[in-house]
Design a protein around this ligand. Structure first.
Ligand SMILES: *[C@@H]1O[C@H](CO)[C@@H](O)[C@H](O)[C@H]1NC(C)=O
Ligand SMILES: *[C@@H]1O[C@H](CO)[C@@H](O)[C@H](O)[C@H]1NC(C)=O
Ligand SMILES: *[C@@H]1O[C@H](CO)[C@@H](O)[C@H](O)[C@H]1NC(C)=O
Ligand SMILES: *[C@@H]1O[C@H](CO)[C@@H](O)[C@H](O)[C@H]1NC(C)=O
Ligand SMILES: *[C@@H]1O[C@H](CO)[C@@H](O)[C@H](O)[C@H]1NC(C)=O
Ligand SMILES: *[C@@H]1O[C@H](CO)[C@@H](O)[C@H](O)[C@H]1NC(C)=O
Length: 404
C-alpha cells in the first residue's frame, strides 16, 4: 500500500531525477568511435524540400497529418547515435514494435524541408544553439544531437557538462548544441541537475538571472516549460533561497504563477536579447498519454502500437489554458519587437500515443520483472522514444533555422 501510494504520487519526480543523472552521465562520456558511417540514414531519392523559402513562411507547418514512411524514416538509427540516452532507447530495452520510428509529418500546405545535418552545422558555425527547459526539452536536444552525430567524425565532436549545462560541440564548425536544465524557467527548488525531486515545489517567480546568464549570448534559444507546473497550486517564494529567514512563501493558484513566470522570462528576453542576432523558439506542451480512457484504450500508453485516428483528438492532460498563457505572452513580446516562434507541437503529438517508452527504457538500472509486470505504475507515457516524435519537432526547428 505504502509503495503504491509513493509510486503514484512520485513517479514523475523519480523519473526526473533519473533523467538528470543520465544527463550527467552523458557529460562524462568521452567520445568514442562508435559505428561511424558516412550517411546511415538511407534516404530515398524523392526530394521533399520546399520549392522556396517563401512557401515556408506562408505555410502553417503544424497543420497536417502523419504519413507512414519506412523508406525515409527513421532519420538515424537508434544504436548508431553516439549520445543516445538509455531513457529513450526503446528498441534497446526490448520494444519489438518499432513502427513509431517510421512516421513522417506532412503539412497540408507545403512540404517540410529534408533534414540536412551539414546544412544545419554550416548555419551553426561559430554559434550556440541552446535548449532550455525540462526533460522533454532534453529529449529534443538528444534528438538534435543524434540527427547531426553521424555526419561528424568521432575525433571532431565532444560532449561536456558543467552542472546544469551540457554541451555538445562540433569542433570543425565551432558549433555548440547545448541543453540547460531549468524545468520551470525561473528559479525553483527543482533546479539542481540531479537532486530536484522534492515533494514541495517552490518557485521564485521573479528570478531568472541565475539561469539566464548561462545562455545570454546564445544565438538560438529553444525553450519549453509545462510538465513541472502540473499541480493545482505552487509555493511562491518572495525573497531568496539563500536567506531562508527573510523568505516569505505563499501558495498561489498554478496558472497565475505560470503567467508570472512567463512574464519574468519574457521581460528578460526583451531586455537582454539582441534582436538582430538571436533566434527564439518556444516548444508548446508535450502531451502525455497516461489516461487510456481519453482515447478509449487500455490503462495508459503501454501496448499501444497505433496512432490516434480521431482528428482533433486532445487528451485530458493537456491544459489549453496554459497554452493560452504562452500565446498571450508571445503576442505581447511581438508588440515589443521580440519575435519568439512557437513550435506548436501539442496537437500533432497528441496523435502519437504509441511513441512513448512505456516500460522499454532504463532508469538507474533495468526495470525489475515486478516493475515490468506493473505497467500502470511503471510505464513512462510522458517522454518519447528515439528515433521518434522529437525528431519531427527538430525538423520544424531545422526549417526555421536553415530555410528562413
Ligand atoms: C496549433 O496547431 C493546431 C493544429 O494545426 C491548431 O489547431 C492550433 O490552433 C495551433 N495553435 C497555435 C497557438 O498556433
Ligand atoms: C515498409 O512497410 C511496408 C508496409 O507495411 C512493408 O511491406 C515493407 O516491408 C516495409 N519496408 C521496410 C524496409 O521495412
Ligand atoms: C546538404 O547541405 C550541404 C551544405 O549546404 C550541401 O552541400 C549538400 O548538397 C546537401 N545534401 C543534400 C543531400 O541535399
Ligand atoms: C566559436 O563559437 C563561439 C560561440 O559558441 C564564439 O563566441 C567564438 O567567437 C567562436 N570562435 C571563433 C574562432 O570564431
Ligand atoms: C563551470 O561553471 C562555473 C560557473 O558558471 C564556472 O565558473 C566554471 O569555470 C565552469 N567550469 C568549466 C570546467 O567549464
Ligand atoms: C547584435 O548583433 C548584431 C549581429 O551579430 C551585431 O552586429 C550588433 O552589434 C549586436 N548589437 C549589440 C547591441 O550587441
Amino acid at each position: 500500500m505504502a509503495k503504491k501510494t509513493q509510486m503514484v504520487v512520485g513517479t514523475w519526480g523519480i523519473r526526473s531525477s533519473v533523467h538528470s543523472l543520465i544527463g550527467l552521465l552523458l557529460t562524462l562520456l568521452i567520445i568514442t568511435a562508435v559505428y561511424l558511417t558516412q550517411d546511415s540514414t538511407g534516404r530515398p531519392s524523392e526530394d521533399r524540400t520546399c520549392s522556396g523559402d517563401d512557401s515556408l513562411s506562408h505555410c502553417n507547418l503544424f497543420s497536417g497529418k502523419w504519413v507512414f514512411d519506412n523508406q525515409t524514416y527513421p532519420l538515424y538509427k537508434e544504436n548508431q547515435c553516439t549520445f543516445m540516452s538509455d531513457q529513450l532507447a526503446c528498441g534497446k530495452f526490448g520494444r519489438k514494435d518499432l513502427s513509431y520510428q517510421n512516421w513522417r509529418w506532412q503539412p497540408h500546405q507545403c512540404n517540410l524541408p529534408r533534414f540536412n545535418a551539414t546544412a544545419l552545422l554550416e548555419r551553426l558555425r561559430n554559434k550556440r544553439l541552446v535548449f532550455v527547459g525540462d526533460s522533454l526539452n532534453r529529449g529534443q536536444w538528444v534528438s538534435m544531437v543524434c540527427l547531426v552525430d553521424s555526419s561528424i567524425p568521432p575525433t571532431l565532436k565532444s560532449m561536456n557538462g558543467n552542472g546544469s549545462l551540457v554541451s555538445f560541440k562540433a569542433i570543425e564548425y565551432n558549433a555548440s548544441i547545448e541543453f540547460y536544465w531549468a524545468p520551470l524557467l525561473v528559479e525553483s527548488n527543482s533546479d539542481h541537475p540531479v537532486n530536484h525531486r522534492l515533494p514541495d515545489r517552490i518557485v521564485r517567480v521573479k528570478a531568472i538571472e541565475k539561469h539566464a546568464r548561462h545562455w545570454t549570448d546564445a544565438d538560438i534559444l529553444v525553450f519549453d516549460s509545462y510538465l513541472w507546473w502540473r499541480r493545482p497550486q505552487m509555493n511562491v517564494l518572495w525573497g531568496s533561497f539563500e536567506s531562508p529567514h527573510d523568505a516569505i512563501y505563499k501558495k498561489v493558484e498554478m496558472l497565475r504563477v505560470y503567467e508570472m513566470a512567463m512574464r519574468t522570462w519574457s521581460d528578460w528576453l526583451e531586455v537582454h536579447v539582441n534582436r538582430t542576432k538571436t533566434q527564439l523558439f518556444f516548444v508548446s506542451m508535450s502531451p502525455t498519454h497516461e489516461r487510456g480512457k481519453d482515447w478509449g484504450g487500455g490503462e495508459n500508453c503501454y501496448t499501444e502500437t497505433e496512432l490516434v485516428s480521431r482528428e482533433g483528438y486532445w487528451g485530458s492532460d493537456s491544459d489549453p489554458k496554459m497554452m493560452r498563457v504562452v500565446e498571450t505572452v508571445l503576442d505581447e513580446l511581438k508588440t515589443r519587437g521580440v519575435n519568439v516562434q512557437m513550435l506548436n507541437i501539442t496537437q500533432l503529438s497528441e496523435y502519437r500515443k504509441e511513441g512513448h517508452p512505456s516500460i522499454y527504457r532504463k532508469q538507474w538500472e533495468r526495470l525489475t520483472e515486478d516493475q515490468i509486470s506493473d505497467p500502470s505504475n511503471y510505464a513512462d507515457c510522458i517522454h518519447w522514444c528515439l528515433p521518434g516524435v522529437p525528431d519531427v519537432w527538430n525538423e520544424f526547428l531545422y526549417a526555421y533555422i536553415v530555410h528562413q
